[in-house]
Design a protein around this ligand. Sequence first.
Ligand SMILES: NC(=O)C1=CN([C@@H]2O[C@H](COP(=O)(O)OP(=O)(O)OC[C@H]3O[C@@H](n4cnc5c(N)ncnc54)[C@H](O)[C@@H]3O)[C@@H](O)[C@H]2O)C=CC1
Ligand SMILES: O=C(O)C1=N[C@H](C(=O)O)C[C@H](O)C1
Length: 232
Amino acid sequence: MKIGLFGYGKMGRMIEQLAVERNHQIVAKVDVDTQQIDFQSIDCAIDFSTPDAAFDNIKSCIDHGVPVVSGTTGWLDQYDEAVAHCKQKNGALIYASNFSLGVNLFFELNEKLAKMMAPLENYRVSMEEVHHVHKLDAPSGTAITLAEGIIENSDYNNWTLGKAKETEIAIKVKRENEVPGTHVVTYKSEVDSIDIKHTAHNRKGFALGALIAAEWLVGKTGVFTMRDVLNL
Ligand SMILES: NC(=O)C1=CN([C@@H]2O[C@H](COP(=O)(O)OP(=O)(O)OC[C@H]3O[C@@H](n4cnc5c(N)ncnc54)[C@H](O)[C@@H]3O)[C@@H](O)[C@H]2O)C=CC1
Ligand SMILES: O=C(O)C1=N[C@H](C(=O)O)C[C@H](O)C1
């Protein structure tokens, strides 16, 4: 497959490395200073850029008939517009806040646990996410997906970075050194706590998941999630 990388930073470079191992070709490396893009040469675009660049990148790929795998976080206020645009143009799009296979299993576990905990009034849920100091957005996209998974399966109705009201999930954000990404969901009562935790040891899992999504997406039209890709 001929891949166009949109964003040639930490993730773009990691995807390049794994893509070559999987016999793909990188035909475009688009970054902030790129002037011209040969869309016709691209079978699938993979966008790991910045919150303010992602939507325009996705839109122009769709406008040029190029399927897009989007991993950039922090742009979701424009997600519905991207979905509508993709459907209108008969394009192909997958967004995931986290492409790692482990995290996608963690998302499923989180929803199941939320359902089990919902009737137990003695427990309160909270979350913590830890990332490297270069990260532009907070909370992480993954933390937002986890919070949404709890909200869909319980009486909680919102998340907050501040002091949580009765129906809100408190998310604590930490930025430390070069941490690739750690997420913890905690249910705490007076007598005990239940924690579920995912720790990324490096960026390979994110990159592999994005490549698997790209391989799956080519030849399809529509808006998809990693649930579709992994058949969860
Ligand atoms: N969904 C997932 O599995 C994961 C998502 N991410 C997200 O991916 C994004 C990128 O992460 P990193 O590679 O660590 O960041 P990075 O800062 O290392 O790379 C981002 C790159 O995008 C470039 N860029 C800026 N404007 C651009 C534009 N208009 N078009 C194309 N490129 C542009 C920057 O110059 C930089 O090289 C972040 O939003 C991060 O949260 C990161 C890891 C996993
Ligand atoms: O910026 C990162 O590095 C990461 N971003 C994603 C997020 O916001 O959840 C995924 C992963 O945690 C790494």
